[in-house]
Each structure stands twice: as C-alpha cells, then as structure tokens.
Design a protein around this ligand. Structure first.
Ligand code: ADP
Ligand code: MG
Ligand code: MG
Length: 252
C-alpha cells in the first residue's frame, strides 16, 4: 500500500478554486519534488494537506498509511506523522524552541512514555550541532527575531527531532545561502531511510542537486501536469516552463 495518497483533491481559498483534481502517490522511502511557477498552488497543496483552516477542501481524498487524513484535526495530522516545514514560519512569543519541540515529540509518544528532559536536551543539542545552529536558539522564543535563513534551519531542526513519516518542505531553499542550503540538505539526507518519505516543494532546481529526488512533478494550474525523474528538474532549470505549457496546450 502507499504511504501517502492524494486523489482528486480540490481546494478553495477565499472562494477561489486553487487545487483542481490533484493526484499524487508516495511510497515509503521515496523523495518526491514538486516544481511549478509561482501562484500555481504549491503552498495551497501543503496547507490543505496539513488542514490549515483557511483552505477548504471541497473534493477528493487524502490517506496516510490508509488513514483518512481529511477526517483528522490539525493536531491529529501531526501526530499521525505529517510534518510541514513552512515557506513563511510564524513567530510565537512566550514559547521557546525547546518547549515547542518537547511537546511536539511527546504528543507523538504514548502517555506515560514521555521523553526525559535529559534525553531531550541531548537529542536537541546533537541535532542543533548537525545543523550548525548556535546553542542559544534552544531557549529563544519560536522564530522570534530569527532571520529568514535561521527560520528555515529551525524548521529542519523540528523535522529532525520529530522524525515524521512524511515531511513536506515548502520552499525551504528560499532565503538560504549555499552553505546553509548544503547543511539543510545534509540534514534531510541523513534522515532518508526505507521508511520516511519527503515531498519537496521548490521553485529552483538548485536544491535538488543536494537532495536527489526519486520523482519530479511539475505543477501547473492546481494539479500535476508532468512527472519524471531528476532530469525533468534539470530541463526546467535550463529551459523554464514554457515548453511544458506548449506541449500541453496550457494558456495562461
Ligand atoms: P505557490 O505556492 O505555487 O506560489 P500558492 O498556493 O501560494 O501558490 O497560491 C496559489 C493561488 O492562491 C495564488 O493565486 C494566490 O494568490 C492564491 N492565494 C494563496 N493564499 C491566499 C490567501 N491567503 N488569500 C487569497 N488568495 C490566496
Ligand atoms: Mg510562491
Ligand atoms: Mg508557495
């Protein structure tokens, strides 16, 4: 069975239909990349999967390990193993990075089996070191005053700590310089194994030089219009999106 499956998803924001019959299947251990022009609905897809209240799913199905995701509340989706590293992470005053992560981890563990404080701190220190993050970020309020790049790195820290079944990374590369991009990619690659899957949303092929995807999908006008391997991303980088529009007769 598929780890994750989306069938015929339609999603509406402020009365406007953005996702139009979106289909995608992801098996355990696979890395899928979604590329597409700005405004094509990539972030809408991510938010709709996570259950963001602004996005109304009007049609279609989403399953994680056979469980109906659309029936789940937002917290339940996270507990079930879905994770979104956001394009624009929000700042939360009064909640430290450590507090936030410890509750996120414990929410996924059975009651009475919470991670000990010592173990948690060791784990967090180790992961922060991997990501070359300053230890002071442990006790900073979540994303408050973080630069764009620090926010992105912090999203990856959360992913490494929570170890989700399916990690969705929405334009994690934007705002990262090449050194930070390599560190972030190394973090993702270290987490790759036969069980965990990734959906990497990106505007640029550059990231995919460091995180080699198994499949590349092109998204236009709210659905996938073309799929291939990493060579598809390379062609998009070299030639842009116009050839696909011509090939498919898309007028915009
Ligand atoms: P992408 O991530 O591919 O750039 P988005 O999913 O962010 O695309 O946006 C898809 C479309 O939905 C765009 O036309 C955008 O203007 C619209 N949209 C996204 N978010 C909102 C919002 N909060 N309110 C109104 N329209 C939105
Ligand atoms: Mg965008
Ligand atoms: Mg976006």
């Amino acid at each position: 069975a598929n780890l994750f499956e989306i069938r015929g998803l339609n999603s509406v924001i402020e009365g406007k239909e953005i996702l139009k019959g979106f289909d995608l299947s992801i098996q355990k251990g696979e890395v899928h990349a979604i590329m597409g022009p700005n405004g094509t609905g990539k972030s809408t897809l991510a938010s709709s999967i996570m259950g963001h209240p602004k996005y109304e799913v009007t049609e279609g199905e989403v399953y994680l390990e056979g469980e109906d995701v659309l029936e789940m509340g937002v917290d339940e989706r996270a507990r079930a193993g879905l994770f979104l590293a956001m394009q624009y992470p929000s700042e939360i005053t009064g909640v430290t990075n450590a507090d936030f992560l410890r509750s996120a981890i414990n929410a996924r563990r059975p009651e009475g089996d919470e991670i000990s404080l010592i173990k948690f701190i060791r784990l967090m220190e180790g992961k922060m070191k991997e990501l070359e993050m300053d230890p002071e970020f442990m006790h900073r309020y979540l994303n408050e005053g973080f630069s764009g790049g620090e926010k992105k790195r912090n999203e990856i820290l959360q992913m490494l700590m929570i170890e989700p079944q399916l990690s969705i990374l929405d334009e994690i590369d934007s705002g990262l310089d090449i050194d930070a991009l390599k560190i972030v990619a190394a973090g993702v690659n270290a987490m790759r194994d036969a069980k965990r899957s990734f959906l990497i949303i990106t505007h640029y092929q550059r990231l995919l030089n460091y995180i080699r995807p198994d499949f590349v999908h092109v998204m236009m006008q709210g659905r996938i219009v073309k799929s291939g391997g990493p060579e598809l991303a390379e062609r998009l980088e070299a030639e842009g999106y116009d050839w696909i529009k011509e090939e498919l007769g898309i007028v915009d």
